[in-house]
Design a protein around this ligand. Structure first.
Ligand code: HEC
Length: 125
């Protein structure tokens, strides 16, 4: 009897794992990651390079936006209504950085920003 029970538990374990593997194989990669994970992996490095020159330390704090580590920067960005709006590219200034005074001519690749905003928008619906 004991052996049968152990066998059943083993089979149940295998079935559960298989289902998770199948889900991972069929879902597009962005749906597997939270908005925060996408931000920290794909958006934060862009901000460090593009914005970090002016927005770090005391200078950043004085300008009202400061880049620190990925997690703290995520929290600051999603709390900044100017930068994220309603998490659609149309209303998020982070997507149209030239709309914020002081940023004329500043350009960077926004592909990852769109993927991240889309996920944040989904999570908030
Ligand atoms: C060349 C320097 C420079 C770079 C690079 C830069 N900024 Fe700024 N940023 C400024 C200045 C100057 C201000 C203050 C503008 C003002 O008050 O008129 C500012 C202000 C801001 C503010 C506050 C606006 C407000 O009204 O509260 C945000 C948010 C911001 N920047 C985000 C960013 C982001 C995101 C990036 C990168 C994509 C970036 N900045 C890159 C110089 C820079």
């Amino acid at each position: 009897m004991k052996a049968i029970l152990i066998g059943l538990v083993f089979i149940a374990g295998c079935l559960t794992n298989e289902t998770e593997d199948e889900q991972q194989a069929t879902l597009p990669s962005t749906q597997l990651r939270s908005g925060q994970q996408i931000f920290e992996a794909d958006v934060f490095p862009i901000l460090v390079v593009t914005c970090g020159g002016c927005h770090t330390g005391a200078q950043g704090a004085a300008l009202g936006f400061s880049i620190t580590d990925a997690t703290s920067t995520y929290k600051a960005v999603v709390a900044n209504k100017l930068l994220v709006g309603d998490f659609t590219p149309a209303h998020a200034a982070i997507f149209h950085i030239e709309r914020i005074s002081g940023h004329v001519g500043l350009r960077f690749d926004t592909t990852n920003i769109i993927a991240w905003l889309d996920q944040e928008h989904r999570e908030r619906q």
